[in-house]
Design a binder for this molecule. Sequence first.
Ligand code: NDP
Length: 254
Amino acid sequence: MSHLFSLAGKRVLLTGSARGIGFLLARGLGEAGAEVIINATTAEGAEQSAAKLRELGVQAHAKAFDVTQSAQVQQAVDEIEAQWGPIDILVNNAGIQRRRPFLEFPEQDWNDVIAVNQTAVFLVSQTVAKKMVDRQRGKIINIGSMQSELGRDTITPYAASKGAVTMLTRGMCVELARHNIQVNAIAPGYFVTEMTQALADDPAFTGWLTKRTPAARWGKPEELIGAAVFLASGASDFVNGHLLFVDGGMRVAV
Ligand code: NDP
């Protein structure tokens, strides 16, 4: 059965993959056989992380670009395909979080969150999907969030942007399925990364989280790898428009 999940011969572009969840997903997809392209906002960050993966035996390349800038996205995708070959799988992982009560939330922070978490999913997906349509195959995996399902204070713009990722996933699924492109999303619960480190270090928050989560703990980023390998592999060829929660059961608990 293991061949079902093999990514040998597949090439994956992961946005925002020099650190955090994106890096672990790149490592996991690479260890499943894929060639991976690491993206970050700086060339140095992307190259350092690609080099780390190469040390682990993963075939990894680096491509820096800002996912919110359409000209940079187009140029990067063209260069990736010219240099290394077709992108078979796209993982839209880049994301940012800003925490502030709704009544005090600065408009600029709203714009930044929407640009990276929402608009970039549209931009990068559209650019890559046009090439996938020419080949009549491809897979797109969006990293949404369980927060799109819950109302919680201080992160309303983030939750709204991730709600949009859910609907981008469903809409793209419907429009691209006829081209043999599957579009799915992973909705992580709480995972310890730089994005959430301050919360993880706060005993009051971690106390709340362990009570609120049936699994009674934070998630580890490597626990997202299985979901990504499944959605990237042939094992999920008839899975489309799905939002896969990896959250220790938090979403369904009261
Ligand atoms: P991190 O803050 O650790 O990493 C974010 C990544 O996004 C970095 O690699 C960063 O690049 C990249 N990025 C940010 N802005 C841009 C941009 N404009 N262009 C290109 N890359 C960009 O976050 P996580 O690993 O925690 O989060 C990864 C994804 O998972 C996000 O979409 C997040 O919303 C989602 N998520 C995270 C959860 C968690 O608990 N941690 C829970 C649910 C969802 P650079 O290294 O260059 O700064």
